[in-house]
Ligand binder design. Structure first.
Ligand SMILES: *[C@@H]1O[C@H](CO)[C@@H](O)[C@H](O)[C@H]1NC(C)=O
Ligand SMILES: *[C@@H]1O[C@H](CO)[C@@H](O)[C@H](O)[C@H]1NC(C)=O
Ligand SMILES: *[C@@H]1O[C@H](CO)[C@@H](O)[C@H](O)[C@H]1NC(C)=O
Ligand SMILES: *[C@@H]1O[C@H](CO)[C@@H](O)[C@H](O)[C@H]1NC(C)=O
Length: 363
């Protein structure tokens, strides 16, 4: 026998028991965490479990997690309901505490959630997502007393008028409603959202100016609102009137809306971002940027129908951007507009020669 082969045999005799040990260790762990027909995996960032229950009856989920599973801390619980299984029962996950819920792909199920469905997670849940579900029959009381929830997101949800039953969520800083329906009969639960910082309502075909104003009017206690995004709402045709009422508002995204004329934008706080990209804008009034400080603002007017670049509209913010002393200086972007570069631009050449290239596409 060659010495190499001998060495090989010798090594394998050590390695084999070692592998067996590892295997037993693996079995041991699998026994400690029994997720039934749901699947569990460790979230690398938190070390907690991610649980996925795909088409498993809620009664079975409750049996699986109602006993001592050895999990306790759940990072994310994601559930795709079984067709016809409409009711999420009380204490669905026993005493397990969840950080992030994701209820998704409800199909034709019109879901109901017991007010005590997730009560073990009252102080641990940070985020709640609903994706592609009819929420028309939801009573949102299952979130009552959830003191830490900071983010609620609905994507492709229908019958969102049920949100009127949303309980007070003092830590909710971000509410996001995208590609959803049911705005017509929605009484927006603004009084439950006193801590709101970011309101994101994008790609909603039912959202028009009247509705936007009535939603904003309910947010009388949201003094900390910093960001409003109404991106891609085809029937938003005006800048909301009440912006100045939000004393902390510094970011506004109206890109891909349908606003051909801007009369005035009014900010009380120093502006961080104004996105007016591709809104079919053809006219902007002289005092549009009068109210607000733009020294550090990123302003985009790209992809519109503007034909003029007059000092009466832009000089104020350009000077603020140029003279800003702290932070990153602001910028104005006005690419892809049919601006005529003639004598009216002389002011720009005198004071802001580096901008001429952008505005006039001289390159
Ligand atoms: C929720 O789950 C669905 C389906 O897996 C996924 O597409 C979506 O991105 C998830 N949402 C979040 C915020 O994790
Ligand atoms: C809610 O469920 C009831 C039956 O329990 C049904 O009659 C009603 O149409 C449902 N509501 C919505 C908005 O689907
Ligand atoms: C907005 O939609 C509502 C309900 O669909 C309608 O009553 C209202 O007239 C619309 N407002 C505008 C400005 O289009
Ligand atoms: C906004 O503020 C003005 C003046 O402070 C007030 O008259 C108006 O009612 C407010 N609008 C809303 C919707 O809160």
């Amino acid at each position: 026998m060659k010495p190499g082969l001998l060495l090989h045999r010798f090594l394998s005799s050590i390695v084999v028991p070692f592998i067996l040990l590892l295997l037993f260790d693996g079995i041991d762990q699998a026994k400690a965490i029994d997720c039934g027909r749901c699947s569990c995996s460790k979230d690398p960032a938190t070390g907690f479990q991610n649980i996925d229950c795909n088409g498993i009856p809620f009664a079975e989920i409750k049996l699986t997690f109602g006993v001592n599973t050895g999990i306790e801390n759940v990072n994310r619980f994601r559930v795709i309901p079984l067709n016809g299984d409409l009711q999420i029962p009380a204490d669905l996950l026993g005493t397990n505490q969840v950080r992030v819920f994701n209820l998704t792909n409800c199909g034709s199920n019109i879901m109901k959630i017991d007010p005590n469905a997730f009560k073990a997670s009252t102080t641990t849940t940070l985020e709640f997502f609903i994706n592609d579900c009819n929420v028309g029959n939801l009573t949102w009381l299952f979130l009552k007393g959830f003191t830490k929830v900071s983010r609620l997101q609905l994507v492709k949800a229908t019958n969102i008028q049920s949100l009127r039953t949303l309980p007070s969520l003092p830590s909710l800083t971000q509410l996001s409603i995208t590609s959803s329906k049911g705005f017509d009969s929605l009484n927006f639960p603004g009084s439950s959202l006193g801590g709101l910082k970011n309101l994101i309502m994008t790609e909603n075909v039912e959202l028009n100016d009247t509705k936007v104003e009535s939603i904003l009017a309910t947010l009388t206690t949201a003094n900390g609102l910093e960001m409003l995004s109404l991106k891609s709402n085809t029937f938003v045709r005006r800048v909301p009137d009440t912006l100045a009422n939000f004393s902390a508002l510094n970011s506004l995204d109206l890109s891909l809306c349908n606003i051909d004329f801007i009369d005035s934008l009014s900010f009380s706080a120093p502006v961080v971002k104004v996105d007016l990209t591709r809104i079919y804008l053809s006219d902007i009034s002289d005092n549009s940027f009068e109210n607000g400080y733009y020294g550090n603002a990123k302003v985009s007017l790209d992809g519109n129908q503007l034909t003029e670049f007059s000092s009466t509209v832009y000089k104020k913010i350009l000077i603020e951007m140029e003279t800003s002393q702290t932070g990153i200086p602001g910028s104005l972007s006005i690419r892809n507009n049919p601006i005529t570069c003639d004598c009216q631009m002389a002011w720009l050449i005198r004071s802001q020669s580096q901008l001429v290239r952008t505005v006039c596409r001289l390159d």
